[in-house]
Design a protein around this ligand. Structure first.
Ligand code: ATP
Ligand code: MG
Length: 266
């Protein structure tokens, strides 16, 4: 039932990396998890070992109103995956146009998925504003904004703090309550990274879910098409990911019993 969106006003900050690896961490903590890729870059699948040559996905089929259940991949991690699908620029513009005309193309099947009370859905979104994010945010239990521990990200904190990043006026105030922040790429050995992390932490207080260190193994895991907890379970990054997953878990309603089948087996 709960939907968690990874989003950010800024690109390249680690949204996809976190969506994939937090999904894996939450699966290991006992959740039944579906990850969905709403970004036309279609890279979420790579974290789960789906070959580059496999370009099928649910978003590219959206205008044909497919049954998403038939498109779900069972991955070796146990996390279920709906890849975006590969799309060229004309296709991406056409899809954006279709969503603008008829948001229900996406909203209706998503609402159907979210009726499954034992399923945790984690969404990866494109950088900045997108039709997908505007449809997902009102349905989300939590929007997890990812920032880097640098000056540009620190400058974006007021936008995140006020909810302006997701809307204006009353909508911004509504969303602000669901926004949490993860700082990615923190390097305790550099002055700027430390200072940016401390500034963001002071400003956000408990809305800061936690931080992930900058560690080469995180990028190497993607290159190897593996998840961090699988490739390097004893790394600092793995410990940070587990901590973020525990923080998200603590903010969610407990897993309902009895276990409800429907969205694929464990
Ligand atoms: N904590 C980290 N330590 C080292 N490298 C990292 C870390 N987090 C992410 N990276 C690397 O940074 C790059 C960008 O990460 P990612 O693709 O997850 O960002 P993104 O926010 O999803 O980007 P986009 O805005 O393009 O969707 C990737 O090569 C990833 O492996
Ligand atoms: Mg991404």
């Amino acid at each position: 039932m709960p939907l968690i969106c990874f989003a950010s006003p800024k690109g390249g900050v680690g949204k996809t990396t976190l969506a994939a690896n937090v999904a894996d961490a939450m699966r290991r903590q006992g959740r039944r998890v579906l990850v969905m890729d709403f970004d036309p870059q279609n890279t979420l699948r790579l974290h789960f070992g789906v070959p580059l040559s496999d370009i099928a996905g649910f978003m590219t089929e959206l205008p044909k109103r497919p049954d998403w259940r038939e498109m779900v991949r069972q991955t070796a991690s146990g996390v279920m995956l709906l890849p975006h699908g590969s799309i060229d620029i004309r296709g991406a513009l056409g899809l954006a146009h279709a969503l603008e005309r008829d948001p229900e193309l996406l909203a209706a099947p998503l609402r159907a998925i979210l009726t499954d009370p034992s399923l945790l859905v984690i969404a990866d979104t494109p950088p900045g504003a997108s039709h997908a994010l505007s449809i997902l945010a009102p349905m989300a239990s939590m929007v997890c904004a990812v920032l880097l521990a640098d000056a540009t990200s620190a400058a974006l904190v007021p936008d995140i703090d006020s909810g302006r990043f997701l809307g204006a006026g009353t909508m911004a105030a509504l969303f602000a309550g669901r926004l949490r922040v993860v700082l990615n790429g923190v390097d305790p050995n550099t002055r700027l990274s430390r200072a940016a992390a401390e500034t963001v932490a002071r400003h956000l207080g408990p809305r800061l879910l936690g931080a992930i260190c900058r560690e080469e193994i995180v990028a190497e895991a993607l290159a190897a098409q593996r998840l961090v907890l699988d490739l390097a379970p004893n790394s600092q990054a793995a410990e940070d990911l587990r901590e973020i997953a525990r923080g998200i878990e603590a903010a969610l309603p407990p897993v309902p019993e009895p276990f409800s089948p429907g969205w694929g087996a464990r």
